[in-house]
Design a protein around this ligand. Structure first.
Ligand code: GAL
Length: 380
């Protein structure tokens, strides 16, 4: 049982006129700075195990914390909001000393976060900002706007409208494209889409790109919970509704590899990538192994690599700072307004991965082995 947990009991202890154990309790400050790691527990709440990136995130955070001697309570919520709320509630009542949370719905945890604040448990939002709560103490993520810019740029490069160095490409278009966005309840989805649309807009305006379906608002193109099947269904519907006159779709902005795979399946089922029509330029994100294989095989065009090992490391550094009663170091104190406050953030850079980048960026850094890329499966 940690001192922070004892701090929760502090009021009772004080009411009884007793001295709290270990000098803890007066004022309920929950000071953990003198505690041994083995007496401290970090609660780690992750959204889902259906996406391998979150499995990698959870494992990395757990391993790094355990290597430092901390106890870790790692929970996955199967993308179910009540389950995640319950898991976080339980972490609090079981005496977590810090919470690291990758939220399913960025606005659904206010009650839990209030309970955490009351118990003086610092909360770190992991990759996804938790919104509408004053009780988010820190945010670790990537530069999410730049992810969107990079995705749109990869689309432009794939179509030949731009070169990798940012110069104008030789292609003229017009190209038919379709747009996808992530889950509206995930703050990141909005950043990705904004970054992408700011980049694509000049090309839509000068008509070198045409969104044939006319669906260009985030509400029209969002995919709830980032579900692969929903993306596949939407792509099928788009092909039926907007491409049944023989015209072909040439590019698809996809913000996440899971969606990209659904989109690609729909396209393949409709004959794209076979003898009928060229596979459109499809973007992605997360360098999930199944998609890295598709990129290697020339099916998916690109992904955005966000090194979850580095993100996990930042989460651990932030957690340790809080445990030592210090403020973690932020490199951004302006961008992430969660509706109640601007949350100090540490944002990591991102990297576009095309086929040629798989070896130098993903294999040589040990993120995936060459065998995993060839098989499309993580060895675990
Ligand atoms: C976002 C995250 C993306 C992707 C997506 C679906 O919040 O930033 O990298 O993983 O969720 O899981």
């Amino acid at each position: 049982m940690s001192k922070r947990f004892l701090a929760v009991l502090g009021a009772t202890v004080l009411a009884l006129g007793l001295t709290a154990c270990g000098g803890e309790g007066a004022g309920g400050g929950g000071d953990t700075s003198a505690e041994k790691p083995a007496d401290l527990t970090i609660g780690v709440a992750m959204p889902t195990q259906t996406s391998e990136r979150w499995i990698a995130d959870g494992n990395s955070v757990k391993q790094k914390l355990e290597a430092k001697g901390y106890k870790v309570d790692l929970q996955y919520a199967g993308d179910d909001i009540p389950t995640q709320s319950q898991q976080v509630d339980q972490m609090i009542t079981q005496g977590a000393d810090v919470l690291i949370i990758a939220a399913i719905d960025g606005t659904a945890l206010s009650g839990q976060l209030q309970a955490a604040a009351d118990a003086k448990i610092p909360v770190i939002a992991y990759d996804r900002l938790i919104r509408e709560s004053p009780n988010v103490d820190f945010y670790v993520s990537f530069d999410n706007y730049k992810v969107g810019v990079a995705q749109a740029t990869a689309l432009l490069v794939g179509l030949g409208l731009q070169n990798k160095d940012g110069s104008k490409g030789t292609a003229k278009g017009p190209f038919n494209i379709e747009l996808f966005a992530g889950s509206l309840d995930d703050n990141n989805a909005h950043f990705f889409f904004d970054g992408a649309m700011d980049t694509l807009k000049p090309f839509i305006d000068d008509k070198s790109l045409r969104v044939k379906s006319g669906q260009t608002s985030i509400e029209q193109v969002a995919i709830l919970r980032w579900q692969q099947e929903t993306a596949q269904k939407r792509m099928e519907d788009l092909l039926t509704s907007s491409y049944n006159d023989g015209t072909k779709v040439q590019g698809v902005l996809s913000p996440y590899d899971g969606l990209s795979r659904g989109i690609i399946t729909a396209l393949q089922n409709a004959g794209y990538g076979g003898s009928g029509a060229k596979m459109p330029v499809v973007t992605g994100q997360d360098a999930e192994i199944a998609s890295v294989k598709l990129i290697n095989d020339g099916v998916q065009h690109s992904t955005i690599f966000k090194d979850t090992r580095l993100l996990a490391e930042q989460a651990v550094i932030a957690a340790e700072a809080f445990l030592q009663e210090k403020e973690p170091q932020a490199n951004d104190t302006k961008t992430y307004d969660n509706g109640v406050k601007v949350v100090p953030s540490n944002l990591l850079p991102v990297q576009t991965v095309y086929k040629d980048d798989i070896k130098p960026v993903l294999v040589d850094s040990g993120y995936w082995t060459a065998e995993e890329v060839a098989s499309g499966q993580a060895k675990g």
